[in-house]
Write a protein that binds this ligand. Sequence first.
Ligand SMILES: *Cc1c(COP(=O)(O)O)cnc(C)c1O
Length: 385
Amino acid sequence: MSDTLTAFAQAKIRSLDEQSLLRTLKPTRRLDGVWVEREGRRLISFSCNDYLGLTHHPAVKAAAAAAVQAYGAGAGASRLITGDTPLISELERRLAAKKGAQAACVFGSGYLANLGIIPTFAGPGDLILADELAHACIWAGAKLSGAEVVTFRHNDVADLEAKLTAGRAAARHALVATDGVFSMDGDVAPLDPISRACRAHDAWLLVDDAHGFGVLGEGGAGVRALFPEARIDLQMGTLSKALGGYGAYVCATAPAIALLKTRARTLVYTTGLPPANAAAALAALDVIEAEPERVAAPLAKARRLTRALELPVATSAIVPIVIGPADRALQAAAALEAEGLLAVPIRPPTVPAGTARLRLAFTAGHADADVDRLAAAVRPWLAGA
Ligand SMILES: *Cc1c(COP(=O)(O)O)cnc(C)c1O
């Protein structure tokens, strides 16, 4: 009997490998916010989203461990059944306060959050407009919703306006979705004009703040704090990047959150966040509130690099070094790794074809000397170098 499934997988893998697009997992031991160990070698990582080093913060780890002892290793059921530990409601209150919103809803992960949020507020007969570089889970949620999905050019408010003008009247509701900080580019969405366009066309605005929360704005409140005038109906973000743990949230009005809690399929049909994750996020929020210097550090490190390399000034903790061809990005990463620096190459389909890159992420624990070493190692790979 021919095993067609295995043959299918083999052919796919061979084809991806020929295009330098095959991805494989590499066991990595993260020793702290900066150092990782791979195949027995210690490397300084510029590829973690652990912007504040909170994955290994003693208070965060202790809170997670204590929650396991007090509440158990898992939630035991979905939140609507018996999985809604008191830690989650406390976390939701803290997140809503931090975002200046009435209420919050915690999800299992950022991916699950967008998969649940978008179909709750948009469906067949509605229009979703998303930035072309929005995160994969925004696209997945949009597709799942059954609404008409339209792409607007990256950070291009005129294009968004034109597409709202063209499509809004025929749609019952319209939802505009964008990253706040773009995960592979590090730039920030112009939320003031985007919000104005949304209001002018009665469209709702969803902003994914995965990479802004804990890094940007007063007290690490996130990208929202940079645009105090903007009205953001759905402020989504994760507990997995600057907060160093796992899980996600959305902040909105109390009725919007109440609707999510009864309708979002990725809340209703999945097990609640483990108590340890909720406790870790609460402890991480404490650290963020107590240590503004830590919050300010990742952006300062990113700016040190962009200054050194005469690149456009960093606007977040993420700096892309676009190399172009996927095989060349692999070579660049290998060259850096030979110098003890880890910068995992990002290739299509995560980024558009022909824009493979080193995506550099900075953390509070990086020493200035680490950033300077990185700048020297990256310089030969800059376009035109
Ligand atoms: C990482 C990320 C997510 C997914 O969050 P997880 O908690 O890792 O599932 C969603 N949106 C953006 C913009 C991200 O960068």
